[in-house]
Design a protein. Structure first.
Length: 82
């Protein structure tokens, strides 16, 4: 699964992360599934777009480094934890 980060919370001050944020004007059509990563207090640290809704890859690759404990994918009108 491939994914792109579209939002990094301002509580995280990391120039590397800010440089990773995808320019939404250039999103390839295969990135059509929205996700977000949250910490244990349910605060959103990252949002992004993915090519599928069945992978922990964003959480494993990036989220855990910043204290995220949950990844949710948008299904219709609601967010569902994987």
């Amino acid at each position: 699964m491939a994914y792109k980060i579209t939002f990094v919370d301002s509580r995280i001050s990391d120039d590397f992360l800010n440089d990773m944020v995808l320019n939404l004007g250039k999103v390839p059509p295969r990135f059509k599934y929205k996700f977000k990563m949250l910490d244990s207090d349910r605060k959103v640290y990252f949002k992004g777009l993915a090519t599928s809704t069945d992978s922990f890859a964003p959480l494993d690759d990036l989220g855990e480094l910043y204290g995220c404990t949950d990844i949710q994918y948008k299904e219709g009108c609601r967010w569902v934890s994987l």
